[in-house]
Design a protein around this ligand. Structure first.
Ligand code: HEM
Length: 474
C-alpha cells in the first residue's frame, strides 16, 4: 500500500500527470485537480466509461457499474430516483434493525468479560457483518444475521462472492489486463453457481411480489427490489442528485445524468433488475464495512476526537429525545467531519478510472489520450499529497468543518465525481452515520498495540483486521 502510494507521489511530484505501461498498454495518471475536473465532469460525454471489463457473465455485464455509453445512461437514469432523500428515509428503519443486531453482537462480546473492557476484537468482522446485513436488507428485503447464522445460504453465497482466493484474483487480473484471453476462455470473475443462486433467489422474490399485486395484497417494502419494480411501473424520471446540495461546487461535483430523447425504453428487464441488486451487494459491502471500521479505528486512536463526537451526539439526542433518527443524518456536523477525514486517509476505493470514447487532447499539456486508453486517478495518493492537505498523514477531522475547508473539491474523491460517481453514496453515508451514532453513544473504543495492516484487492482497500478493545458506557 505505502509503496504504491510513495511511487505515485514520487513520480507525480511537480507534474500534472505522468504515464506508465500496463502490460504494454499506456495508462495516464492524473493528479492535477483542474485536469481531473475536465475528465470527470466537463468532458464527461467523452469519458462516460471506465476501462472495458467484459466478463461474458450476463449478470455482471448488465450491471450499471460495468455498462457502457447509452446502456449505462439508461440504467443509471432508472436507478438514481431510488436513492432520493425520501426513499432513503423509508429505508432507515430497515437499517436500524441491523444496527440493533450489531449492538447485540458487541454486547455478547463484552458480556464474556463480565462487562469489563473486552479482549481485542476485530471490528472489521463486526462491521462486515453489519454491512452485509444492511445490503441484503435494503437490496432484497431479507433480514439475516451474518454472525449468528453463517450457514444461511444467502450469507454463504454472499461470502463466496467476495472470496479473494488466488484463483479469483488471477481471473480478475486476466479480465483487466488481457480481455481477449478472458473473452476466448469465457472467464468470469464470479463463481457461476453463486450468480445462479442470487438469480433464482431474486426471481422467487419478484414472483412473490407480483403475485401479491395480483391478489390485491401488495408487499409494502422500501427495499431496492421493490423501488426498482415500482420505478419500472411508474416510468420514473431521473432526479437531479445535485438538488440537495446548497453549494455550487458540490452540485457540480455530484450532478446526476438526465434522461434524453435517445433513451426510448426506460424499463428494466427482470435480468437487469437482478443484476443491479447483486451489484449493490458487491459495491456496498466491503466499502461500507471498511469505512465504518476505519472510523472506529481513528476515534480509538484519538480519544479526544471520540469524546468530542460523544458530546455532539449526546447533546443532539438530549435536545431531540423524540427525534427522527434520519435527522441525525444532517444534524451532526462533527460526525460528518470524522467520516470525511476517515475517507480521506482511508478511501475504500483507492483509485478511479475513465477511458475516452475518442482521441482526446488533454487541455494545456499537448498530450493526446487515444480512444479507450485508460486514465487513472490515484485517489489514495491525491488525498495524502501535502500540496492538497496540510500535514496529510495526520488525522484531523476539523479540516472538514465548513469554516475550515481549504482544499479544491477535486483533490477529495472518496465517492468519485461527475455523473458516474458512486450511486450509493447517500445510502453509504446514512448507513455509516446511523451505526456511528449508536456505537459511540453505547461504547468506548480503545486502540491496541497491534499495527494496522492495510491490503488492497481489486482496487478496494481491505484492512486485514482492525483490532480494538471495547467497554460499555451504560
Ligand atoms: C463508504 C462506502 C462507499 C464508498 C467509499 C464508495 C466509493 C465508490 C467509488 C469511488 C466509486 C467509483 C466512482 C467514480 O468512478 O467516479 C463507486 C461506484 C459505485 N458505487 Fe460506491 N461506494 C460506497 C458504497 C456504495 C454502496 C452502499 C452502494 C450501493 C448499495 C454503492 C454503489 C455503487 C455503484 C452502483 C457504483 C457504480 C456507479 C456507476 O458506474 O454509474 N456504493 N463507489
Amino acid at each position: 500500500m505505502d509503496t504504491t502510494h510513495e511511487t505515485v507521489v514520487r513520480l507525480g511530484t511537480g507534474s500534472l500527470c505522468f504515464g506508465v505501461y500496463e502490460l504494454g498498454k499506456p495508462v495516464l495518471y492524473l493528479s492535477d485537480p483542474e485536469l481531473i475536473r475536465e475528465v470527470l465532469v466537463k468532458d464527461f460525454h467523452i469519458f462516460t466509461n471506465r476501462r472495458k471489463f467484459i466478463t461474458n457473465d450476463p449478470m455482471f455485464d448488465k450491471m450499471v457499474g460495468s455498462a457502457r455509453d447509452l446502456e449505462w445512461k439508461r440504467l443509471r437514469t432508472v436507478m438514481s430516483p431510488t436513492f432520493t432523500t425520501g426513499k432513503l428515509k423509508r429505508m432507515t428503519p430497515l437499517i436500524l434493525e441491523c444496527v440493533d443486531t450489531m449492538n447485540d453482537n458487541i454486547d455478547k462480546i463484552i458480556a464474556k468479560n463480565n462487562g469489563q473492557l473486552s479482549e481485542p476484537v476485530d471490528m472489521k468482522r463486526i462491521t462486515g457483518a453489519y454491512a452485509m446485513e444492511v445490503v441484503i436488507q435494503v437490496a432484497f428485503g431479507r433480514k439475516v444475521s451474518a454472525l449468528i447464522e453463517p450457514n444461511n445460504p444467502i450469507i454463504e453465497n454472499a461470502r463466496k462472492m467476495f472470496s479473494t482466493s488466488l484463483f479469483s484474483l488471477v481471473k480478475f487480473l486476466t479480465i483487466m489486463l488481457a480481455p481477449n484471453v478472458a473473452e476466448t476462455f469465457k472467464i468470469s470473475p464470479f463463481d457461476r453457481k453463486v450468480t445462479q443462486f442470487f438469480r433464482d433467489f431474486s426471481l422467487t422474490l419478484i414472483d412473490d411480489r407480483k403475485r401479491g399485486l395480483e391478489t390485491g395484497s401488495p408487499v409494502k417494502r422500501a427495499d431496492f427490489l421493490q423501488l426498482l419494480l415500482d420505478s419500472i411501473k411508474n416510468n420514473n424520471q431521473a432526479m437531479d442528485g445535485s438538488d440537495e446540495y446548497t453549494d455550487s461546487k458540490s452540485a457540480e461535483k455530484y450532478r446526476e445524468i438526465q434522461p434524453t430523447d435517445d433513451m426510448t425504453d426506460k424499463s428494466l428487464t427482470n435480468d437487469e433488475l437482478i443484476s443491479q441488486c447483486v451489484l449493490f451487494l458487491i459495491a456496498g459491502y466491503e466499502s461500507s464495512a471498511t469505512t465504518l471500521a476505519m472510523c472506529l479505528y481513528n476515534i480509538a486512536k484519538h480519544p479526544d476526537v471520540q469524546q468530542k463526537l460523544y458530546e455532539e451526539i449526546t447533546k443532539f439526542t438530549e435536545q431531540k429525545s423524540s427525534a427522527d433518527p434520519y435527522e441525525a443524518f444532517f444534524a451532526l456536523k462533527y460526525m460528518d467531519a470524522v467520516i470525511d477525514e476517515t475517507l480521506r486517509l482511508f478511501p475504500a476505493a483507492i483509485f478511479l478510472e475513465r477511458a475516452p470514447s475518442e482521441d482526446y487532447e488533454l487541455k494545456g499539456t499537448g498530450i493526446t489520450i487515444r480512444k479507450d486508453h485508460v486514465v487513472h486517478i490515484p485517489t489514495y495518493a491525491i488525498h495524502r499529497d501535502p500540496d492538497n492537505f496540510v500535514d496529510p498523514e495526520v488525522f484531523r477531522p476539523e479540516r472538514f468543518l465548513s469554516e475550515n475547508i481549504a482544499h479544491n473539491p477535486y483533490t477529495y474523491l472518496p465517492f468519485g465525481a461527475g455523473p458516474r460517481n458512486c450511486l450509493g453514496m447517500r445510502l453509504a453515508q446514512l448507513e455509516i452515520k446511523l451505526a456511528l451514532v449508536n456505537l459511540v453513544r453505547r461504547y468506548v473504543f480503545y486502540a491496541t498495540e497491534k499495527p494496522l495492516e492495510l491490503g488492497v484487492a481489486t482496487g478496494i482497500m481491505k484492512p486485514k483486521s482492525v483490532d480494538l478493545r471495547i467497554s460499555k458506557r451504560f
